[in-house]
Design a protein around this ligand. Structure first.
Ligand SMILES: Nc1nc2c(ncn2[C@@H]2O[C@H](COP(=O)(O)OP(=O)(O)OP(=O)(O)O)[C@@H](O)[C@H]2O)c(=O)[nH]1
Ligand SMILES: [Mg+2]
Ligand SMILES: [Mg+2]
Length: 322
């Protein structure tokens, strides 16, 4: 674009602003001998800058001040927990096996893996039933630590993955309606607090799974109605439930699948991948093996309440002496 000297003069401050805004201004050449100034710029960028600068002055601009600051406190682990909306009904409608449907659990884990792979800074995720917790590292500055951004990105990535991968787990069985997941953000300042949070979720998994295993054994194998089973279990302790399972159904609860008793923990681990390659050495074809170390999301169905898991994976938490 070639402008008259006067026009170019007026535009100079605007170009300075464009540069500050990192809009690509390709060139600004002064040619006084030609009585004109030649300005080469990205016209599209200029147009958008002009529009936004007009917007900035609009009388509606003040509405931005209604936005609240939801920056997560520094130095804290950020936990985003998702939970399926009305999954009691969703499970019935989609004929989930009782008490645990391995297709549904697999799909939850697949969706959580997609969240970890697509979003930055998640160090561990833990899931059971229709919920998954995602833990961002303490130093994460992803989306400037804005709670609403973190939570909505996790929830939307998870929900879309749940639908996207549905067929991989449920085959021809149709998804009858779009599932939804609520999200919340909780901050934990110390390793102890974070571990207690994860322990709480795993203890919840154990309590619910023990109850559901006995409950559905009484109904599906013992022939009790759901009301009778509920009455029978009222006031019982864990030992009583174990006893009912063993004496009436020959089930040793401790031998039930780990995935059902402990839930699923997803972490990043370095995995060595070995491939073979053909190379030419002195005009001779040779096969060589190449080993590359890659970071992968791996699933673990083990106790995360005790110290062992954390000792085996010291890279998950930064040492804070707690
Ligand atoms: N049969 C079966 N049901 C499951 C399974 N996983 C989750 N559910 C159902 O999902 C429910 C999850 O519980 P909640 O999250 O407390 O309840 P919800 O119905 O989702 O309700 P809100 O979370 O409050 O919207 C369980 O109570 C079960 O009914 C499964 O593997 N098999
Ligand atoms: Mg739910
Ligand atoms: Mg739930």
């Amino acid at each position: 674009m070639i402008l008259g000297t006067h026009d170019a003069h007026c535009l100079k401050p605007m170009f300075r602003n464009l540069t500050l805004l990192r809009v690509p201004v390709l060139n600004f050449i002064e040619c006084p001998d030609r009585g004109a100034e030649v300005v080469k710029c990205n016209l599209q960028a200029l147009a958008s800058f002009c529009t936004s600068s007009v917007m900035a002055k609009s009388k509606y601009e003040y509405v931005r001040n209604f936005e609240t600051d939801d920056t997560c406190l520094r130095n804290c682990y950020i936990v985003v927990r998702l939970d399926g909306r009305n999954f009691h009904k969703f499970a019935e409608q989609h004929n989930f096996a009782k008490p645990n449907d391995d297709r549904a659990l697999g799909l939850m884990t697949r969706s959580a893996r997609s969240v970890m792979e697509e979003l930055e800074d998640i160090i561990i995720a833990y899931g059971q039933s229709d919920e998954f917790s995602f833990i961002f590292k303490r130093s994460s500055n992803w989306f400037k630590r804005r709670a609403s951004k973190l939570m909505t990105h996790v929830a939307s990535q998870f929900s879309s993955s749940y639908v996207f991968y549905w067929r991989e787990y449920f085959g021809e069985q149709p998804l009858l309606h779009p599932p939804g997941f609520d999200g919340r953000v909780v901050l934990y300042p110390s390793n102890r607090n974070l571990r207690d949070y994860l322990s709480w979720r795993q203890a919840d998994c154990h309590i619910n799974n023990l109850y559901n295993t006995v409950f559905w054994s009484l109904v599906l194998k013992g022939g009790l109605s759901t009301i009778q089973a509920e009455d029978k279990l009222k006031g019982t302790l864990a030992a009583d439930k174990n006893e009912i399972l063993f004496s009436e159904f020959n089930i040793n609860y401790n031998k039930e699948p780990l995935i059902h008793r402990k839930g699923t923990s997803l972490i990043w681990e370095k995995i060595d991948e070995t491939t073979t390659k053909q190379i030419k050495v002195l005009n001779e074809e040779k096969e060589v093996t190449v080993t590359k170390s890659r970071k992968r999301v791996t699933a673990h169905h083990c106790d995360i309440i005790g110290d062992q898991f954390w000792k085996e994976h010291p890279e998950i938490l930064e040492d804070d002496g707690c």
